[in-house]
Design a protein around this ligand. Structure first.
Ligand SMILES: [Zn+2]
Length: 685
């Protein structure tokens, strides 16, 4: 359910804007930094002389930051000094007035750009009839790609850098505790122009990322061509599975197969190990030209053995390509001069070290062993490494899916029926009529081609979009369940856009938060259909299911983080060395946290995730989403749901820890989930 959707355009806006491809040929020489420490110092002195010393700290910070962004093409050193002297705003009320002007104009710019993107993508995203290649060409166009260049060249970026300089994450977490919302909004404005990465380097990051997206998208295994040692094909002839997601899901679905499920699961895991170790014959990837026995690692064509070369560490070369492209931009970031820092302290706003401590705490909890024992007894066998994907905690509902389908199809025959009901949904959740109608009026429901997503407005004058899939027969229960999730996103988008004190702080701290808030709605889907407490064990089973999947994804994320730390420690490594290091790290993490539960050592399974190849350091978001969800749910018990949602959703984009303090009165914590799991263990045998 947690996917890279389009729910938080604004927080990635700064990232998109540096992805500019506007390279003038003769720009290179004049693009050098030309403001040295000497010039910074004289400029600071001149400003203090002119405006007084009471704001010396802020002046120093602003001049330094503006200097870090200034290039020879922007002007000479004396032009820089004069610019600072002219543009520095010492008067607080003028500064606030200027801030509000910038904010209103950015709302218009980003809001309209967002609207243009929505419009140009309509034929791709909505059920608008057949595609034409012109649709994809329009969808690829980005109206914001020249934003950064334009705003350096018109000097507005420098006015902002000088007067609203950015703060580091530590500073935000420390002094930010005492900031009012205006000070937070100033700091968020400061985050818009933090680093000026040359366009050609951003382009290389884009190329590496596209390359690994394609590599992953084309990594299919032809299951119908897999042989066991008796030369029997266990899987259907035409089954083609994408690594690793489909392979994982096939393992999951074979828990119910009492006939040869275990053999199939073992075989899939054997395939995974060949992918991880790169011992997979290259010619069986994305191809059904050969039959492959992964147990013996032998390949056959027309029943004759053929010798084929293994994949030449391409998997690890993809990681290296991304690493090299990202590392090349390190020197342009003052605080976050590694990609690890940018991914954690930068975009997630939780330092990597803190994440590792939290995950270690969760993974080390003795409750893992107890849940492992429970799974063992439910399976009636010892645990296998791929039981990290055990899915036997799914609660059977007392209401059949057919009954639910009948209800939702009748209730929502088309997208407009859902749109008309959004106000009622909110009223059922406790909102008063006028408030419910206001929020509902800001959400439009569209019929999507895919499974659906929530796309927020970026200006108050526009509406959020709920995209959902509705067949000719009306909305089935699965679609309804997803639609309630997406509506949760829309409600958050709408409340924070309209009710956060300033436009610049609308939103939530990071992706994990948007997902947590959507889960909170999604879980109430049956309540909205009028059902209550239909299976007393459901909640406990869900807790165990969630506990176990967070245990898995935290292990995976631990490997992801350690691999990137290893890369920074070994920047010259080649793909073969990275292969070896990754397997060692995966085994190490397994041996520390999983082996005590599974009773088996040295299993590299945690490094099979495809996200590690094409979305480095993203995986931690999943774990955070679940932890935050649990903490908010625990906090909501006994409180007025709609009042709390209104309050919490409008806190806005402060840092994660400050947000959690304001929302539920404590930092992000594993305790609510561990405690709920202990409770569930008493109830489920
Ligand atoms: Zn979502």
């Amino acid at each position: 359910m947690m996917k890279k959707s389009f729910v938080i355009i604004l927080s990635i806006v700064a990232f998109i804007f540096v992805q500019c491809t506007n390279t003038a040929i003769d720009k290179k020489v004049s693009d050098q930094k030309n403001i040295n420490d000497q010039v910074i110092e004289t400029t600071q002195k001149a400003l203090v002389e002119k405006y007084g010393s009471e704001n010396e700290e802020l002046i120093g910070r602003g001049v330094k930051h503006a200097a870090s962004l200034w290039r020879a093409s922007d002007g000479t050193t004396s032009e820089f000094e004069n610019f600072c002297l002219d543009q520095y705003i010492s008067n607080d009320s003028i500064k606030e007035a200027v801030f509000l002007k910038i904010s209103a104009n950015f709302e218009s710019l980003w809001g309209h750009q967002n609207k243009i993107i929505l419009d140009l993508n309509e034929n791709m995203h909505l059920n608008n009839g057949p595609y034409h290649s012109i649709d994809a060409m329009f969808a690829a166009y980005s109206p914001s790609s020249h934003f950064a260049d334009d705003f350096y060249s018109n000097k507005i970026a420098f006015v902002i850098a000088l007067n609203f300089p950015p703060f580091s994450l530590d500073e935000k977490n420390e002094i930010g505790k005492n900031w009012d919302s205006l000070q937070w909004a100033y700091a968020r404005l400061g985050d818009v122009f933090t680093a000026r990465v040359p366009a050609e380097l951003s382009q290389k990051i884009g190329n590496a990322s596209t390359g690994s997206d394609i590599y992953i998208a084309e990594y299919n295994i032809y299951m119908g061509h897999l042989l066991n040692n008796e030369n029997i094909k266990l899987f259907p002839e035409n089954m083609v599975l994408l690594s690793h997601w489909n392979l994982r899901d096939e393992i999951k679905s074979n828990y119910a197969n009492k006939e040869n499920g275990l053999e199939k699961q073992d075989m899939i895991y054997t395939v995974m190990k060949h992918i991880i170790n790169q011992t997979i014959p290259e010619a069986v990837i994305n191809s059904g030209d050969y039959d492959w026995n992964p147990i013996e690692n032998k390949v056959y064509q027309d029943d004759n053995t053929v010798e084929l070369t293994s994949e030449p560490n391409s998997r690890y070369q993809e990681i290296l390509n991304n690493f090299h492209a990202l590392k090349a931009t390190d020197e342009y970031y003052a605080d976050y001069n590694t990609f690890v820092k940018r991914a954690f302290s930068g975009s997630k706003e939780i330092p990597q070290e803190e994440v590792e401590i939290l995950f270690d705490e969760y993974l080390s909890s003795p409750v893992a062993k107890q849940v492992g024992e429970l799974i063992k007894s439910r399976l009636g066998r010892d645990l296998k490494p791929y039981d990290i994907w055990y899915d036997g905690f799914k609660a059977r509902s007392s209401i059949s899916e057919e009954t639910l389908n009948d209800i939702t199809r009748k209730k929502y025959p088309n997208e407009k029926a859902l749109e008309a009901d959004l106000g009622n949904i909110l009223k059922k959740l406790g909102w008063e009529k006028s408030r419910a109608e206001f929020i509902a009026s800001k959400v439009v429901v569209d019929a999507a081609r895919g499974s659906g997503h929530a796309w927020g407005a970026q200006m108050k004058a526009e509406n959020a979009h709920l995209r959902t899939r509705i067949s000719g027969k009306g909305m089935d229960y699965k679609g309804y369940n997803i639609a309630v999730h997406e509506f949760g996103h829309n409600v958050e988008q709408t409340i924070s856009l309209h009710d956060a004190d300033y436009y610049l702080i609308n939103g939530v701290p990071n992706t994990a938060f948007t997902e947590a808030l959507a889960f909170i709605f999604q879980k109430r889907d049956l309540q909205l259909l009028g059902f209550t407490n239909e299976n007393p064990d459901k909640e406990y089973l869900e807790t165990l299911d969630l506990y176990w999947s967070v245990f898995e994804i935290m292990g995976v994320s631990m490997v992801d983080m350690k691999v990137w730390k290893w890369l920074y420690a070994n920047p010259e490594a080649n793909a073969a060395q990275l292969n070896e290091a990754t397997v060692n790290i995966a085994n190490e993490v397994w041996n520390k946290y999983f082996a005590p539960v599974y009773g088996i050592n040295d299993q590299p399974i945690l490094s099979v995730y495809s996200h590690m190849i094409n979305a480095a350091l993203y995986l931690a978001n999943y774990s955070f989403g679940h932890l935050i969800d649990f903490q908010i749910e625990q906090y909501l018990v006994g409180k007025n749901f709609s009042d709390e949602v209104d309050r919490i959703w409008s806190i806005g984009q402060v840092t994660p820890q400050i947000w959690m303090q304001e929302a539920v009165g404590e930092n992000i914590s594993i305790n609510p989930m561990i405690e709920a799991t202990e409770e569930a263990l008493k109830r489920i045998k």
